[in-house]
Design a binder for this molecule. Structure first.
Ligand SMILES: NC(=O)c1ccc[n+]([C@@H]2O[C@H](COP(=O)([O-])OP(=O)(O)OC[C@H]3O[C@@H](n4cnc5c(N)ncnc54)[C@H](OP(=O)(O)O)[C@@H]3O)[C@@H](O)[C@H]2O)c1
Length: 391
């Protein structure tokens, strides 16, 4: 019996096929069976419906026959590939379905990261960080650590490729995004020439709140830079290069806009004076401590060098108790810090920055909250994404 599988082509049921083997009854006879064995059960009926007639239904075949035919059936039925045997992997373009690569004899325990490395050998322009491999052209990207034999594929796995575009490391991204606002704000604070007019060059504001605001703003971004370098354990090494232009425009642009007004020679301190500033400073400091505590708690969930994701729970540190009520308390504290800064400076661009940041972080928090619910069945039901009991 000749097997139908051509390693370069998958099944196409729309095309008429040349008869290439005995009909099922003859196939059983050839195997010394008068009828399908009982264990074939429902899978057999499915196989009868789905497999072209020249393929024998799903049974254990003698080794000589089984090798290639089980291979074909497994692909057709979507059953996992037999364990321990080398597999074939074909990589198609997710948009055009054009075959880009055929990998022969891939070890079944190969990871997606290893398959990406093999693919890069034939297509060096797509280095692994640029590649997204999926089981479905429109589905989610497979994780680098996913193992071929654990995926729902046959002995010939079809993976769909998407180019993620040029990549840049996360650390570079964050350093660029956060160093910018720090530096830009200080240009306005020191009133370098060509900002406020000649007579104000390198002068200093007479309002205490302006100096306090500069300390708070600088502290915030220095903290973020240090956290990026020494606290966060990111699971993704890179992000698309184009994002950095968008993100820098947002962070740098808002920093310049806020700094321009706060350090302006005509700036007026907040309406309720020292009381308002003290209250705002307290909010800012508490939220910064809270944000840092959550980042430390998240770091402790993930052993160094791993990509583990766990449910975060409150620890002995009271700032982490917000985990009882929300999924992303670091965002809650971040928004709180900016609200504190807005109250302190009583400056419209700061209020707008807080609002835009809140909107963005709410979108992310909702996404993360949904992922937690999907990933962990025992996820605490009381939690909301970002605002306790509300949002
Ligand atoms: N002002 C603004 O507009 C703005 C906007 C966004 C962020 N931020 C600030 O930047 C900080 C970092 O932002 P982010 O979006 O990267 O925060 P994030 O997604 O909460 O992640 C912080 C770190 O914790 C890790 N992590 C998160 N959940 C985890 C879990 N369940 N198990 C193990 N590790 C986990 C993350 O790893 P992964 O790499 O796996 O995610 C990442 O390394 C925020 O907290 C906020 O202070 C500010």
């Amino acid at each position: 019996m000749i097997c139908l599988w051509d390693s370069q082509n998958s099944w196409d049921f729309s095309k008429p096929r040349e008869p290439c083997g005995p009909e099922p009854a003859e196939a059983w006879a050839a195997l010394g069976l008068s009828r399908p064995p009982p264990e074939a059960g429902p899978a057999l009926h499915r196989a009868r419906r789905e497999v072209p007639p020249c393929l024998p239904p799903r049974v254990s075949l003698p080794p000589v026959l089984s090798r290639r035919c089980v291979h074909s059936k497994a692909s057709v039925l979507g059953d996992p590939a037999p364990r321990g045997r080398p597999q074939e992997v074909e990589i198609l373009d997710a948009k055009t379905r054009e075959k880009l690569c055929f990998l022969d004899k891939v070890e079944p325990h190969a990871t997606i990261a290893e398959i990406k490395n093999l693919f890069t050998k034939t297509h060096p322009q797509w280095y692994p960080a640029r590649q997204s491999l999926r089981l479905d052209p429109k589905g989610k990207s497979l994780k680098d650590e996913d193992v071929l034999q654990k995926l729902p594929v046959g002995t010939t796995a079809t993976l769909y490729f998407r180019d993620l575009g040029a990549q840049i490391s996360w650390v570079t991204v964050f350093l660029t995004e956060y160093a910018g606002p720090l530096f830009i704000y200080l240009l306005f604070y020191f009133r370098v020439p060509f900002i406020y007019g000649h007579k104000y060059d390198f002068t200093s504001s007479r309002h205490t709140v302006v100096h306090l605001a500069c300390i708070c703003h600088s502290f915030h971004y220095i903290k973020r830079l240090l956290e990026t370098l020494f606290v966060h354990r990111f699971s993704h090494g890179t992000m698309p290069l184009r994002n950095i232009f968008k993100n820098c425009t947002y962070y740098w642009g808002f920093a310049a806009w806020m700094a321009y007004y706060i350090n302006h020679p005509l700036y007026t301190p907040p309406t309720y004076g020292a009381q308002q500033v003290k209250l705002a400073l307290a909010i800012f400091v508490i939220c910064q401590l809270g944000n840092f505590s959550i980042h430390m708690a998240l770091r402790d969930l993930r052993p160094a060098g791993s990509k583990t994701r766990k449910i975060p729970y409150p620890t002995k540190n009271p700032f982490t108790w917000l985990f009882l009520l929300v999924s992303c308390p670091n965002y809650t504290y971040e928004v709180g810090s900016w609200i504190g800064f807005a109250i302190m400076t009583q400056c419209l661009p700061v209020a707008l920055f807080s609002l835009v940041g809140f909107t963005q972080m709410t979108i992310w928090a909702k996404g993360k909250h949904r992922s937690y619910l999907k990933e962990f069945r025992d996820y605490p039901p009381l939690r909301m994404p970002i605002i306790p009991f509300l949002l």
